[in-house]
Design a protein around this ligand. Structure first.
Ligand code: NI
Length: 252
């Protein structure tokens, strides 16, 4: 298995990261994308990836980082990416949940990262919260030239299929295991299996039965098991397909 989205550089893991990695290996989780979202976390992802070969680092600027300084911030990100090996740009995107005051900066910063991803032929990892339509409109604007993944996808099945048409992948995380998660379960059942990825978003969004607790990458197995159950296929088969999907998108 590959956990395509984690933040194991966070303080939540400072005391037992090594044990977490051991639990991953014991559960056949052998590759983990370490997703940066700010200058500090982009650095941390690089540092950890140099230390442990299970990690594949990314770099990006989250919409919560979007401010009037976005152009300078973006140029600093470009410098960083020119000097460090990364496997994707992101996470980046739009988030209207916490604030709508910086929407224009969010959109501008997101578009710059999309254009950089196209230029560098890297996939993009997209965060979208309470901003479904605007996110889709921006991505659609690149006419299929932009490749990437909708991380911890929580929108409708219909929209997920539109993303797939644009060449995107859809990633499901812990919420698909929640009892009341009707739409994620529909997506899990119906989406093109060759465009499906699995993730944890550790330390956030732990799957059932750990809901509300710290999430960790070994729990991606619970996401895989839930989707296999929903689709009525074996865990082994879904593991093989989602692992191939992740390897194809991130070139790992
Ligand atoms: Ni994340």
């Amino acid at each position: 298995m590959i956990d395509t989205h984690s933040h194991l550089f966070e303080d939540e893991f400072k005391d037992d990261l090594l044990e977490c990695i051991e639990r991953c290996k014991a559960n056949n989780v052998n590759q983990i994308l370490l997703v940066g979202f700010s200058f500090e976390t982009n650095d941390k992802a690089q540092a950890l990836a140099k230390e442990y070969d299970i990690f594949y680092p990314t770099a990006g600027l989250h919409p919560s980082e979007a401010a009037s300084t976005y152009l300078d911030d973006f140029n600093k990100l470009v410098d960083f990416i020119n000097n460090n090996k990364i496997y994707a740009i992101g996470e980046c995107g739009l988030d209207y949940h916490w604030t709508k005051e910086n929407i224009e900066y969010q959109k501008a910063l997101f578009k710059l990262q999309c254009e950089l991803a196209i230029k560098l032929d890297l996939p993009i990892i997209v965060h979208s919260r309470d901003a479904q339509q605007d996110t889709f409109d921006i991505i659609k604007g690149y006419n299929g030239k932009l490749k990437g993944v909708m991380h911890c996808y929580s929108g409708s099945l219909e929209l997920a299929k539109e993303y797939v048409k644009l060449g995107f992948y859809v990633s499901l995380g812990g919420p698909v295991t929640f009892k009341n998660a009707n739409e994620p379960k529909r997506v899990a059942k119906e989406i093109d299996i060759n465009r499906l990825l699995i993730e944890t978003d550790s330390p956030f969004l732990a799957p059932h039965p750990y809901r509300g607790k710290r999430n960790e990458s070994s729990y991606v197995k619970l996401v895989l098991e839930e989707i296999a159950n929903i689709r009525g296929i074996s865990v082994e088969e879904l593991d093989k397909i989602t692992t191939e999907n992740a390897k194809r998108l991130f070139k790992i």
